[in-house]
Design a protein around this ligand. Structure first.
Ligand SMILES: C[S@@+](CC[C@H](N)C(=O)[O-])C[C@H]1O[C@@H](n2cnc3c(N)ncnc32)[C@H](O)[C@@H]1O
Length: 183
């Protein structure tokens, strides 16, 4: 990621309140029944931490990675207020690598980094869950941040698809995926 993009996210998160909404993303809540009751969750591009705090509140041990220190500071404050422990890592996902670490749940919500897909696949523990939502072609954002129809399904060939939907939410086309790594 360029320094300019990092600054843009830091500036966005510097505004009062939660830029990405007060609570977890709706698709996460709607797919809650797929979540394990315990284990580790990795949130890639966790931003202000709403999704991660919600997941940790459900019994998962949370790790979040984001390039924005301002977003991460908000995530830290939110987790402290909720008395939840999180591991927060400031890093550029273009270069960050989970190494050998694996997680029962890997979440990637509205962070479209195609080069990250192989790392994401590796980071899901055998039998673990991948959760993803992205805007689709037709959304009012630059084309490189939107997925094509069925694109996310191709990224996770070999995983068992538990949920896949292309819907319009609040006027914005989005694709949602929940997939289980075999094992
Ligand atoms: C649209 S927000 C989504 C935040 C959160 N996942 C959610 O669903 O509300 C995108 C987030 O991805 C982060 N991000 C984008 N590119 C990144 C990169 N290369 N490395 C780390 N974080 C990145 C941004 O800082 C921002 O917090």
């Amino acid at each position: 990621m360029s320094e300019r993009e990092r600054e843009i996210w830091n500036r966005r998160y510097s505004e009062p309140g939660f830029r990405m909404g007060d609570g977890p993303k709706r698709f996460l809540v709607e797919l809650a029944e797929l979540l394990p009751g315990r284990g580790a969750v990795l949130d890639l591009g966790c931003g202000e931490g709403q999704n991660l705090v919600w997941l940790a509140g459900r019994g998962l041990v949370g790790t979040g990675v984001d390039v924005s220190v301002v977003g991460l500071n908000k995530a830290a404050a939110l987790s402290e207020a909720m008395e939840i422990d999180l591991e927060l890592i400031e890093a550029d996902l273009d270069v960050w690598d989970p190494g050998g670490r694996q997680f029962q749940v890997v979440l990637c919500s509205h962070v479209l980094l195609r080069e990250l897909v192989p790392k994401m696949r590796r980071a899901v523990a055998p039998g673990g869950l991948l959760l993803m939502e992205n805007m689709m072609v037709g959304a009012p954002i630059p084309l490189r941040y939107v997925v094509e129809t069925q694109e996310m399904l191709h990224w996770f060939l070999g995983f068992r698809i538990l949920h896949y939907r292309e819907i319009t939410r609040d006027g914005i086309p989005v694709a949602q995926l929940a997939a289980r790594r075999p094992g």
